[in-house]
Write a protein that binds this ligand. Structure first.
Ligand code: ADP
Ligand code: MG
Length: 424
């Protein structure tokens, strides 16, 4: 039994997770020297967790009583550490309540600090010369802002992403330049030049639900919130699936697919697993009169094995790169989607097709540090709610928030404002 949502309070207790291996390995020192004094001055109590290996933060988020950290969870590291925190939280049966309760924050200590930079950019804070100070002040300032996440599904896994999905050129650089890691940060430049000389393109089918009018389109509430009356039909023929209608989502889909459906959480205390229930058909009785939450972020998309919705745009071509991002920056010095906001409910799809000359592509690369890349010919930026990418050959890499996934068809959909972060 966990605290009901109504009891949400902004306690004073903070969890700080430090990755001692992030960036140049200075995170512990940064914490002691720069963060502790600020937390003390602001009278914030904290617990400190220093990670000892990969997935340590993920396990911590999955298994801890996170409700004791009313002040939030801060990662001192890079985007990889934040990815662990988000995915660990998503693996909880009470993930929805956990995201509503917690406020997340990042203090940039990694080599990839896209999220910290994006927050500063959006709030017009001077990131330089002291990004650590700026991020720490956001935390003690306590201004909570909603932020979008993206559900990413491949043939073999589902992950939740806050930064980007890359395939083609930038993803390849990211992964292949690991081979020359010892060169430090010039490795990206060096490898980009190498790849530019032998510029590759890959055949793929790209499908997306285009946003025609960013201003007037209503924002969808991406997760299903329903009352027992919404259940139209409950079937136990198909374990793991349940059908219901949802008014707010009607225009998008009347039949929802619920993946890995295993529990229902009422607004009060009930948290029951379907496996414990006598049958699916007893669920509406159990939840009678109370608001329920269906576990496992609902996907509004058809399964990867089914065709995309008929109103989607479908393009089959050869692509130099496809890069989807939902924050402005994918690293401190790459502003890939200048118009992107933390909570705009948009996946910004950057597409470059085969046929771009090397000189034009170089112009694109050079423009990435200022945002001028979007003025380069052959570079398309398409705001979408969801997309599907089906590579028609091997050879490239699929990278989500800097993590390499198994190469696969992939589909992604925005979950608007599902998490909260500190930003001024
Ligand atoms: P960077 O931006 O420098 O890559 P991150 O904090 O993003 O730094 O971490 C990089 C990777 O290190 C992440 O995939 C994370 O899971 C992993 N990691 C976290 N803690 C540790 C640890 N104690 N030892 C080794 N790897 C770790
Ligand atoms: Mg966004």
């Amino acid at each position: 039994i966990v605290a009901p949502l109504d009891d949400h309070y902004l306690g004073n207790h903070l969890l700080v997770i430090v990755n001692p291996k992030s960036g140049v390995g200075k995170s512990r020192e940064i914490f002691q020297r720069k963060i502790v004094p600020i937390l003390n001055m602001a009278d914030v109590d904290y617990d400190l967790h220093i990670t000892c290996m990969q997935n340590d933060a993920r396990n911590l988020m999955r298994t801890s009583n996170i409700y004791k950290w009313g002040r939030g969870v801060v990662v001192l590291g890079g985007d990889g550490l934040m990815f662990e925190v988000i995915n660990g939280l998503m693996e909880r049966s009470d993930w929805q309540r956990a995201f509503e309760y917690l406020t997340l924050a990042v203090i940039p200590g990694g080599s990839g600090n896209g999220m910290a930079k994006s927050i500063s950019f959006e709030t017009n804070e001077p990131y330089n010369p002291d990004p650590i100070l700026i991020s720490a002040l956001n935390i003690v300032g306590g201004n909570r802002c909603p932020m979008d996440l993206v559900r990413v599904e491949t043939l073999t896994q589902v992950v939740y992403s806050f930064l980007s999905i890359g395939w083609g050129f930038i993803a390849d650089i990211d992964i292949e330049s690991e081979r020359i890691r010892m060169l430090g940060s010039p490795r990206f430049t060096i490898w980009s030049i190498a790849r530019l000389i032998g510029l590759r393109s890959y055949p793929a089918r790209l499908s997306y639900s285009k946003i025609n009018d960013l201003e007037t389109e209503t924002r969808m509430n991406n997760y299903a919130r329903c009352t027992s009356g919404d259940f139209q039909e409950v079937s136990d023929d198909e374990p793991g699936s349940i059908e219901f209608g949802l008014d707010p989502l009607q225009e998008f889909a009347t039949r929802e697919r619920v993946e890995s459906f295993s529990s229902i959480i009422s607004k009060h205390t009930a948290f029951m697993s379907v496996n414990d229930a006598p049958s699916f058909s007893s669920i509406p009785d159990v939840i009678e009169g109370s608001e329920v939450w269906v576990r496992g972020p609902l996907s509004k998309l058809p399964p990867l094995s089914d065709p995309v919705p008929s109103d989607w745009v479908v393009v089959e071509d050869e692509f130099v790169m496809i890069h989807a991002s939902y924050l402005s920056h994918i690293s401190e010095d790459v502003i890939i989607a200048p118009e992107s906001k933390l909570n705009d409910g948009v996946i910004w799809l950057l597409v470059i097709k085969n046929g771009i000359s090397r000189t034009t592509f170089l112009q694109f690369l050079l423009g990435l540090s200022s945002g001028n890349h979007l003025a380069v010919p052959n570079v398309e930026m398409i705001p979408v709610r969801a997309f599907r990418l089906e590579p028609l050959s091997q050879g490239s890499h699929l990278v989500v928030d800097g993590e390499l996934l198994k190469h696969s068809p992939v589909q992604a959909e925005i979950m608007p404002g599902i998490t909260n972060v500190y930003a001024r």
